[in-house]
Ligand binder design. Structure first.
Ligand SMILES: C[S@@+](CC[C@H](N)C(=O)[O-])C[C@H]1O[C@@H](n2cnc3c(N)ncnc32)[C@H](O)[C@@H]1O
Length: 234
């Protein structure tokens, strides 16, 4: 799939709260990222110190509890599929997704934060991931055409999204027949993750997906700090 670049509008200044619990006010931005599609404008969630934050996302110790192979296995990608990593950050998952869809498949690694997309692009080049395409998206719109993708992975990002039911409706529309969404996020009890007041229970996530028209269910997985919720087309 080729995503249609959308002209960049003025980015929104917003108070941001990251997974590390820090907040910061960010100035409006209008510059574009070379080589990156501008899907739309605006970001409600930007991270004040991308380098520090990126270091946390890519901390090698994360693999022990994040279990990326298990997560991608539960997403059930197959060769040739088009998969989206939504809120892809520095691209921690893109190598796993790239492998799971193979050379005929495609991975769209999307994020609403410009610094994250730049970090992701550097990683894609460094690792030679030719089937992965980074993209800067608006905070309120993934910018995906109707029935254009097969799988959507959202890790540690769903709690950042505002108006989640409306957002989930857009994701539902973007999935083709047999399409599937997988949301992975921190449990209330987890020692990792955002401040407790930002967290969502798996029940809440399931209800949000159902309200948007998905069939939702909790997916079994051995991850110690996170739940997995799948959303399928009815
Ligand atoms: C905790 S990080 C997770 C990154 C990646 N999924 C991972 O697991 O390493 C959350 C990411 O979501 C992005 N994000 C926050 N709100 C977003 C939104 N509305 N749309 C797209 N990305 C968003 C942030 O910029 C950040 O990169």
């Amino acid at each position: 799939m080729t995503l249609r670049p959308i002209p960049l509008l003025a980015l929104v200044t917003a108070l941001a709260a990251g997974c590390n619990g820090r907040s910061a006010e960010n100035p409006p931005q209008t510059a574009t990222v070379a080589g990156v599609h501008e899907h739309s404008a605006g970001s409600e969630h930007q991270f004040p110190d991308p380098q520090t934050y990126a270091g946390r996302l890519d901390d090698p110790g994360r693999d022990d509890w994040q279990m990326p192979e298990v997560v991608v296995e539960r997403l059930d990608c197959r060769p040739g599929m088009k998969a989206v990593d939504l809120g892809a950050g520095t691209g921690y998952f893109v190598g796993y997704l790239s492998e799971s869809v193979g050379g005929r498949g495609r991975v769209l690694a999307l994020d609403a934060d410009r610094a994250m997309v730049e970090a992701m692009q550097a990683r894609i080049e460094r690792e030679g991931l030719r089937n992965v395409e980074p993209g800067l998206i608006a905070a309120d719109d993934p910018g995906l055409p109707p029935r254009s993708v097969d799988r959507i992975l959202i890790v540690n990002t769903w709690h950042h999204i505002s108006n989640r039911v409306a957002y989930a409706e857009k994701l539902l529309a973007a999935l083709g027949p047999g399409g599937q969404l997988l949301i992975v996020d921190f449990t209330i009890e987890s020692p990792h993750g955002p401040p407790p007041q930002m967290r969502l229970t798996d029940d809440t996530v399931q209800h949000e997906l159902e309200a948007a028209g998905f069939e939702a269910e909790l997916v079994e997985a051995p991850l110690p700090y996170q739940y997995l919720v799948a959303g399928r087309l009815p």
